[in-house]
Design a protein around this ligand. Structure first.
Ligand code: DOR
Ligand code: ZN
Length: 368
């Protein structure tokens, strides 16, 4: 049974394990949505130019911390903005070296290196084509305990867009997992039954993040009544049978391998409503609430006792920290089941942004 209206749920403050914060005005526009909900977020490095080095990451982190201070009222933060921490990542390029891995691992603030197959998605041109050549880097990451975050899609133009994830598993992911037995890997934003089954059966060194859109929607959502550019992201939404498999994976009892990662990826509205629109869905305005809807609809939000179902708590608040070797947050977050409208558009620097569910409503809201 779905939770009754006005139900309140309190969980350890979650973290967003996959987030695009952008830079400059865009960063200032979107950061409060994340900082109000999450204690920490893994910040993706696909800026232009990418965050390749420890120095790049240090500079980007400073800009995020400055934006936090500047927006602390909107984000409802402490005076120094200290109750949100950006966890930085580096962008894996053919020029990444084992020494760069060691330097990153020695820093307090870099928590992973992101692998984009070159050409797979937004700002991925600097990514890697030849994975075999990266072996010394993967060995160094294995040794240093640094997490490899993978955008798992092949980029071959002759491969059907809907098959790119499962073919990546066979061709690239499985060989990496077998060869680097100690390497911690997050298979990011998984979208298929193949990926969910692969991760569930893989060693404990392999985990996956799941976005709200891939749990809430199937590929019909891109085409209902006309083309829907705001439901376009990469990896692209898949068939209903895949959504159902993702749902089973995240709601399996005592599962430890699947956790939240919104992949909230803002693009100005005009760059999506065009003849060649950008990939990315903005969801940070409901970064916790969308997942509550998912678990509520699957009857996995409230236990029979009326307490919060441990499956929701584990997915939102426990599995991610455990995988990254970080403590569960001591603070809590409370949400309440009350319908609220989602605006048609949000401010995005000098442009606008169209959020997920724009013009419709969300079933949950934050309780301050
Ligand atoms: O849809 C996406 N948007 N997928 C990605 O992998 C990147 C992201 C972005 O940065 O816009
Ligand atoms: Zn992403």
């Amino acid at each position: 049974m779905p939770a009754p209206a006005n139900t309140r749920i309190t969980i350890p403050r979650p973290d967003d394990w996959h987030l695009h914060l952008r830079d400059g005005d865009a960063l200032n526009a979107v950061l409060p949505d994340t900082a109000r909900r999450f204690a920490r977020a893994i910040v993706m490095p696909n800026l232009k130019p990418p965050i390749r080095t420890l120095d790049d990451a240090a500079g980007y982190r400073e800009r995020i911390l400055a934006a936090l201070k500047a927006n602390r009222d909107a984000a409802k933060l402490s005076d120094d903005g200290s109750n949100f921490a950006p966890l930085m990542t580096l962008y894996l390029t053919p020029e990444t070296t084992p020494d760069m891995v060691s330097a990153a691992a020695a820093s307090e603030f870099v928590h992973g290196i992101k692998l984009y197959p070159a050409g797979a998605t937004t700002n991925s041109d600097a990514g890697v084509n030849n994975l075999d050549a990266m072996s010394p880097v993967f060995e160094a990451m294995e040794r240093e305990g640094l997490v490899l975050q993978i955008h798992g899609e092949v980029t071959d133009t002759d491969v059907d867009v809907f098959d790119r994830e499962h073919i990546f598993i066979e061709r690239h992911l499985n060989p990496i997992v077998e060869r680097f037995a100690g390497l911690k890997i997050v298979f990011e934003h998984i979208t298929t039954r193949d990926a969910a089954e692969f991760v569930a059966a893989a060693p404990d060194t392999v985990a996956a993040t799941l976005t709200p859109q891939h749990l809430l929607m199937n590929r019909n959502a891109i085409f209902v009544g006309g083309i829907r550019p705001h439901n376009y992201c990469l990896p692209v939404l898949k068939r209903e049978e895949h959504r159902a498999a993702l749902l089973r994976a995240v709601t399996a009892k005592d599962q430890t391998k699947f956790f939240i990662g919104t992949d909230s990826a803002p693009h100005a509205t005009h760059t999506k409503e065009t003849s060649c629109g950008c990939a990315g869905i903005y969801s940070s305005h409901g970064g916790v609430e969308f997942y509550a809807e998912v678990f509520d609809a699957a009857d996995a939000l409230l236990a029979a006792s009326g307490d919060v179902d441990s499956r929701f708590v584990n997915f939102m608040s426990r599995n991610g920290p455990a995988f990254y070797g970080l403590p569960v947050n001591a603070e809590t977050l409370t949400i309440e089941k009350v319908d609220r409208p989602v605006p048609e558009s949000l401010e995005f620097g000098e442009h606008t942004l169209t959020p997920l569910r724009a013009g419709e409503s969300l079933a949950w809201r934050l309780v301050d």
